[in-house]
Design a protein around this ligand. Structure first.
Ligand SMILES: [Zn+2]
Length: 392
């Protein structure tokens, strides 16, 4: 049953890796929008060639070419425009602050973006923060926070970290174990720092039908088991993994010095053999879903209508690309005003704002992330649109 080239699992190092899903020629950057349809259609593409490790359940793209990936200017993946996500980030920061005494502490964030989350982390008395991100646009965001427009680890930390956090970055890194080793090495030898990392949860994609989450920019799709294996291989002391955001995200806490107190509290993960079975079913599932929406689109097309694709994050962009020529009646919509008028990588669709929808003949609204369905249904009604609002 094995279908492999000689390749080792990125998380645990096992050579028991099976390929299960191939999506050729998808845009390399789902989150980069383009100023013209021509440029969007000429955007770089790469192959998704997904494999799963039968030892730890780790899923990763065997076809990943790091040379294709450059985090370019124009990268806009901030989710902070959504009230739902903003509320989640606030609750997550409050939980971390409650469980770790951050009064007078120094918090470091790797890949901090524009520092939104770091700001939420550094509100306790005397708490200071350092953020690292090459995409930082260079304004000081708070007196107690310094953000450096460079990669973490380029130079030694000026101040010892008590807590190091990193959200939605590890899945982009093609060598996660060496990366975690480098994080460890960037801290002092006698560090007592806690590491907190968050990323998409592969179980959500494998088990809960989040098939649009497979995108080129993500090399790795971690489950609790493979994430723990990756951290332990890098010499870190895992204390806990848990799911958040309705199971879509996976979190881990570990000690940078490798010490543990007692057995780790690991979120429930099915055995790797079961995950492998789920993975094998995904290829058929993707085909079935596309066939279903092609039928629905034909109905809308016959009535002269259009389909709003709500959300032009990675899910929306992948969906539009996989729908091929059938996507011509789609109107991608995003509440992020910076995306309005720009074009979707691969297909070239122009992104509309919600206010543009009443002038289109929208007969179906597809919500790319079901977590936001309630929020979006409310906005659609407020626009006076009576079309059905459904999750993909
Ligand atoms: Zn593995």
């Amino acid at each position: 049953m094995k279908n492999v080239d000689a390749v080792n699992c990125l998380a645990c190092g096992s050579d028991q890796v099976e390929k299960f899903l191939r999506l050729p020629e998808v845009p390399v950057f789902c989150n980069v929008l383009w100023e013209s349809a021509d440029k969007a259609q000429a955007a770089p593409r790469g192959d998704l060639d997904l494999g799963i490790c039968s030892e730890c359940g780790h899923v990763f793209n065997l076809g990943f070419d790091p040379e294709l990936v450059r985090y370019a200017e124009g990268y806009e993946n901030s989710l902070h425009h959504s009230p739902r996500f903003q509320q989640y980030a606030e609750e997550l920061a409050a939980d971390l602050r409650n469980r770790h005494d951050l009064k007078g502490a120094h918090v470091v964030e790797i890949a901090c973006g524009q520092g939104d989350f770091l700001k939420l982390m550094c509100v306790d008395e005397g708490c200071t923060g350092s953020g690292f991100d090459p995409s930082f646009r260079g304004e000081q965001i708070a007196e107690n926070i310094a953000i450096h427009g460079e990669y973490f680890g380029v130079r030694p930390l000026a101040q010892a970290a008590d807590l190091v956090c990193c959200r939605h970055a590890l899945e982009h890194i093609d060598t996660p174990v060496p990366f975690m080793e480098s994080v460890r090495k960037a801290l002092p030898a006698d560090t007592n720092a806690t590491l907190f990392f968050e990323m998409p949860n592969s179980l959500y994609s494998l088990r809960d039908g989040g098939v649009w989450d497979f995108i080129y920019e993500h090399v790795s799709y971690f489950c609790g088991t493979s994430l723990k294996a990756c951290f332990e291989k890098a010499g870190l002391g895992v204390s806990r993994t848990w799911e958040t955001f309705d199971g879509q995200f996976l979190c881990i806490e570990a000690s940078a010095n490798g010490k543990t107190s007692g057995a780790p509290d690991i979120s429930a993960v099915p055995p790797a053999a079961e995950l492998t079975e789920l993975a094998r079913g995904l290829s058929r599932q993707v085909g079935d879903l596309l066939a279903h929406w092609k039928t629905e689109f034909a109905r809308v097309r016959a009535a002269g209508g259009q389909v709003a694709i709500w959300g032009t994050g990675s899910k929306g962009v992948t969906f539009l690309n996989l729908m091929g020529e059938d996507a011509d009646l789609c109107v991608p919509v995003d509440i992020n005003p910076e995306k309005r008028g720009l074009h979707v990588a691969g297909t070239g669709h122009r992104v509309a704002g919600p206010m543009d929808l009443p002038e289109a003949n929208i007969q179906l609204v597809l919500v790319m992330n079901p977590v936001y369905a309630g929020e979006i249904a409310g906005m659609v009604r407020d626009l006076g649109i009576t079309a059905e609002v459904v999750g993909v």
